[in-house]
Design a protein around this ligand. Structure first.
Ligand SMILES: [Zn+2]
Length: 417
């Protein structure tokens, strides 16, 4: 039965899971993301909760969960469901001191790309940039700030070797806490909303779901004893392997299942690291339901809401969570995530090395040839990759070479005013 059809032809419209508001038909009701947009969720529904509850959750429990995963998202460059890069994170702790993480996961240690200082009649411009192409991109800004000509600045840059200093923030501290009970409330809401897409919202309004509803809506955490368990068990291997294969090493899973008595349980894995088992109804819920939503946060186009037709978690397994093993599992999973981060770091090293080498030796659109210049470019790439892959901190002088297009600018002027 499709919940969209509930109430059609009846006098009564379906009602919000969390309050007495009738849900208006069609687009009159705001769509609720089942998995949060910030977590990469793409699927939304208008048949679970009303626009008002939806908005309250959005600025409340949903934003708590969003904040708690922010630095994790920045490290891996995990986009939202609607494709936005994660917000940049300032002053994330790392092994080389506080760094800024750009939304695509690039660590960024400096604060200002350049500083301009006037000493007597001299102007001093200092650059602190990640690459020569970045240097070139800031030259026009520095020119404006320093009040010199672009030609004069490039001449000065070319005469004075810069220092390339590279250190690697290989231990960015991942903050994925989900310690706030509000984050678990947001997770629990996702489970009920997912179930509503199959059963309709009205079926989740009975007393058997009151504990879960009150926990989500009013945060009655005391009354929520036993409602959720940080469940650190390994998943059954076949199901786990299948999910990893299709949805990547950091998959998100929301899985809901009930038995013949309507005991309704949920199992959630967030970024394949944090795991919860939730009791949505002790008994008396809609019997024999099974529904799941899974997604790949590394590629938000890859997700499924029909995965429960292919992958099943045994009800008895679901019903025997183990809090004790959760710490070990979380550590193990974070280790896996870090291995993955290292691989990601390697591909960034290669990209940066290529970009730098081409910015140094070529101008845009020029073909690569195996002449002297091409060999120099290859040499640079090889050195950069070796230093980068093996994470060898290094300092070496570098010479700024202006991009070719600037050479054909105006006739040169001598610095000084
Ligand atoms: Zn409502």
């Amino acid at each position: 039965m499709n919940a969209e059809h509930l109430g059609q032809g009846d006098k009564k419209r379906p009602v919000c899971i969390f309050c007495p508001t009738e849900l208006p038909p069609g687009k009159g009701n705001k769509p609720e993301h089942i998995l949060l947009n910030a977590l990469g969720g793409r699927k939304s529904t208008r048949v679970a909760d009303c626009s008002k509850c939806n908005s309250e959750f959005g600025s409340g429990i949903d934003s708590t969960l969003t904040d708690e995963v922010a630095s994790f998202r920045a490290v891996f460059g995990l986009r939202s469901g609607d494709g936005e890069l994660p917000p940049a994170i300032r002053n994330a702790p790392s092994s080389v001191g506080p760094i800024n993480l750009l939304g695509d996961g690039t660590p960024n240690q400096r604060s200002k790309p350049f500083t301009v200082e006037a000493i007597d009649d001299q102007v001093s411009v200092k650059f602190q940039v990640a690459s020569l192409s970045e240097l070139a991109s800031y030259v026009p800004h520095a020119v404006a700030a320093a009040g010199v000509t672009e030609e004069a600045l490039w001449s000065a840059l070319e005469q004075q070797p810069g220092i390339e200093k590279v250190s690697y923030p290989n231990a960015v501290t991942l903050a994925l806490n989900c310690k706030e009970v509000d984050s678990v409330r947001a997770i629990a809401k996702s489970c009920l909303v997912l179930l509503a897409t199959q059963t309709g919202s009205d079926r989740l309004k009975g007393p058997e779901f009151s504990k879960a509803r009150d926990f989500i809506k009013k945060c009655e955490a005391e009354a929520a004893q036993g409602l959720f368990t940080e469940d650190g068990r390994r998943m059954p291997t076949a199901a786990y392997d299948a999910l990893i294969k299709t949805y990547g090493p950091l998959f998100n899973l929301i899985y809901v299942r009930s038995n013949a008595e309507g005991r309704t349980l949920a199992y959630v894995r967030l970024y394949n690291i944090y795991t919860w088992q939730l009791v949505l109804a002790e008994a008396g819920g809609p019997p024999n339901q099974e529904i799941a939503l899974v997604s790949n946060p590394l590629d938000n186009r890859v997700w499924s809401d029909t995965v429960a037709t292919e992958m099943h978690l045994d009800f008895d397994w679901l019903d025997s969570p183990d809090r004790a093993s959760s710490k070990g599992t979380a550590l193990r999973q974070i280790e896996t995530a870090f291995e993955f981060y290292e691989q990601l770091g390697r591909s960034q090293v290669v990209n940066n090395a290529m970009q730098n080498a081409f910015a140094t030796h070529y101008s845009a659109g020029e073909p690569l040839e195996l002449d002297e210049r091409g060999e120099a470019a290859y040499g640079d790439i090889a050195t950069q990759i070796t230093l980068g892959i093996f994470r060898i901190p290094h300092v070496r002088p570098i010479h700024a070479i202006r991009p070719v297009r600037n050479i054909v600018s105006e006739p040169s002027e001598v610095q000084g005013e």
